[in-house]
Design a binder for this molecule. Sequence first.
Ligand code: NAP
Length: 382
Amino acid sequence: MTSDLSTSADASTPPVFVTGSAGHVGANLVRRLLKDGTRIRVLLRNEDNNRALEGLEVERVFGDIRDLNAMRRAVAGCQGVYHVAAMISTIEGNRAYRRKVYECNVLGTRNVLQAAREAQAGRVVVTGSFSAVGYNLDNPSAPSDETMQFYPMERTMPYERSKALVEHECWRAVAQGQDVIVATCCAVIGGADYFPSRLGRTLCDYTGGKLRAYVDGGFEFVAARDIVEGHLLCMHRGRSGEKYIFSSEYKTISEILDLFEEVSGVPRPARRIPSHMMLAFSEVASFYLSRFHPDFPQRFTPGAIRLLKKCRHADTGKARSELGFQPTSIRAAVHEAYAFHYYQRNVITNPLAKRPSESAVRQAESSLANQGIPVSPGGGSM
Ligand SMILES: NC(=O)c1ccc[n+]([C@@H]2O[C@H](COP(=O)([O-])OP(=O)(O)OC[C@H]3O[C@@H](n4cnc5c(N)ncnc54)[C@H](OP(=O)(O)O)[C@@H]3O)[C@@H](O)[C@H]2O)c1
């Protein structure tokens, strides 16, 4: 995998700096940049799961975005920054947890921007979140565009508030003359999902028969390769000081389960739990878990259910018309994700779960190969 991805990197140009490179978006972004022949310096945390970077020829620096001096050392000599790192969460958490979300996301972004500014590292593309984009209060499912401001007057998750404040940090930096663009991301699905992500974990749990019911609602989903493309478009064609929303498609949870059934052959759950009932149940469970076991994985948190209930749609017109963004499909992204978890992570163990179909593998192969991720069916050595 190493040589395929790294041979064309030009050693004479300064590296591009990428934070969050071990995560889902970052791992896909790094592969695409390597494939394009870009020299990369990645920020990692020593003690964490950095499998996504194994075997890749990238320059590694270690540090935490909460540490300004570490960011100054990390970005020195780079030209171009993708600030992808963030602490993703859909729980309320206890006081210490919420403080960590704030410090990683808001202060961390402030540090990365300041360090990049001091180092004259050029354009910074910051990954934003669709949950920090506002919506029509009278009709939440009407498409939201970049002009709609985050609405802070209702119950929101600490993560959502933090991502809204991340944008404030960006616009403050722009006001100081810095070249910053926000690439707004929706719920990501796709390959190179090493942690795995929330959706990737749900797909694996689904194939293991652990998903017995589902809730109403839907959201905007983005294929990993589309959000990567969006970041590159921002870097090369975006207007400084602007925000662009990148999404592939709106899907209901029921439609996502149809796709899970299609890729895995495991029948989808028929039982639908109305979101108001699920919300009541999850409020109780989450109240206890958030306070006493904040690191316990919760699937349907009140915050996530509230978000799904709104059935929010995205208007990607600005990214399409200004940047030429052309999203692909969530169906293909689910096939890629399944092939990745099946062959690379070897976690699809249910004997009822089918091998990714030939056409699905071919489809995944071509798009994974486009990202520099080789697929070898049956081998586990993708
Ligand atoms: N995934 C989605 O569905 C989604 C939706 C909307 C927006 N986004 C945005 O997309 C971006 C990437 O998300 P993702 O899905 O790739 O997340 P992810 O898989 O959880 O990866 C997050 C990365 O950020 C790093 N990070 C977190 N806190 C850090 C800190 N204090 N110092 C250094 N690194 C830190 C993590 O490093 P460690 O490995 O060391 O923990 C990890 O590599 C985020 O900005 C997120 O807000 C994602």
